[in-house]
Design a protein around this ligand. Structure first.
Ligand SMILES: CCCCCCCCCC(=O)SCCNC(=O)CCNC(=O)[C@H](O)C(C)(C)COP(=O)(O)OP(=O)(O)OC[C@H]1O[C@@H](n2cnc3c(N)ncnc32)[C@H](O)[C@@H]1OP(=O)(O)O
Length: 262
């Protein structure tokens, strides 16, 4: 039984394999998933350099862009890349991050509803997956961000239904800005499909409250410190109340899992 006052129902984690995944998608998932956990010589399981990021179809339930959502919209809002229920029809993807190398890779299988040119993936869908991966990567590295700039060069078309790798790497951070590079390649790396660069800008509230008195950033890479540090600001901002509430739900969820899985 959960020691927490309320246990939220478990949402579907879209980053886990489903029946629509091709053997190549499954193979790459297993490849990176195996790197998330290593075995020592003594047979002990330890955390590896990589980490799979879970993925849900809802974001902040209570706010967006600094505006409170109506109750009606709260219930209907869905993450763009996760809003197609039919498995395999839209964006099938899983994101892994490497904290040490500050890199990120996404295994992406493009479904039939993402068609642009006949038999190939729509350029907007490609930009969407790039924005999602670089946005997720920047959030993981720096905290909640908005994409300020995204420059995309399409080099070769992506066949519908195929699996590609979306690599994101950190170029530099400068003040509130995180500069990233992204390449979409075939799974064997021989073909470059798309290249992009992006600038993610840390959300103002977080930026304003993320510095210690000695000028050093106090953010955690996984964003876990936001909740406790920003209670005061949250009281003044609907957007922040949403973030705070999500943090509480997330922590409650994590602790519930920890306590109930043994
Ligand atoms: C787990 C989470 C997973 C998330 C995955 C999904 C990711 C999806 C990401 C998105 O799709 S975000 C949606 C698309 N983006 C937007 O709607 C952003 C709209 N733009 C804004 O809200 C503001 O312009 C922005 C927050 C980006 C910046 O406004 P601010 O008023 O906070 O800051 P400001 O304008 O002072 O700019 C801050 C810095 O960024 C720089 N900057 C802003 N826009 C820029 C730009 N377009 N290009 C280059 N630099 C830019 C600007 O020069 C400045 O540099 P310095 O600090 O060095 O002075």
């Amino acid at each position: 039984m959960s020691p927490w006052p309320f246990t939220p129902s478990q949402p579907r984690d879209y980053s886990l394999p489903n029946a629509s995944w091709s053997s190549e998608m499954q193979r790459l998932y297993e490849h990176y998933n195996n790197l998330c956990e290593m075995e020592t010589e003594g047979g002990e399981k330890i955390k590896g350099a990589w980490r799979r990021l879970p993925s849900y179809n809802r974001s902040l339930k209570y706010a967006t862009g600094g505006q409170c959502l109506s109750k009606l919209l709260q219930g209907k809002a869905r993450i763009f890349t996760r809003n197609i229920e039919e498995q395999g029809a839209g964006f099938e993807y899983v994101v892994f991050v490497n904290k040490q190398e500050k890199t990120c890779v996404c295994v992406f299988q493009a479904g039939h509803l993402l068609e642009g040119p006949p038999g190939h993936v729509h350029g907007g869908a490609i930009a969407t997956i790039i924005d999602s991966v670089t946005g997720t990567h920047a959030t993981y590295l720096s905290g909640p961000v908005m994409t300020a700039n995204l420059t995309v060069n399409y080099r070769s078309p992506i066949p519908l239904g195929s699996v590609v790798l979306v690599h994101s790497s950190l170029d530099k951070t400068e003040g509130r800005k995180t500069f990233l590079s992204c390449q979409v390649t075939s799974t064997d790396g021989s073909k470059m499909h798309t290249e992009a660069t992006g600038i993610a800008c840390l959300c103002p509230l977080v930026w304003a409250t993320s510095w210690d008195s000695d000028g050093q950033s106090s953010r955690c890479g996984d964003g876990s410190s936001y909740c406790s540090e920003r209670t005061a600001e949250a009281k003044q901002s609907p957007w922040a109340v949403g973030v705070l509430f999500e943090c509480i739900l997330f922590l409650n969820d994590q602790f519930s899992k920890t306590f109930t899985s043994h």
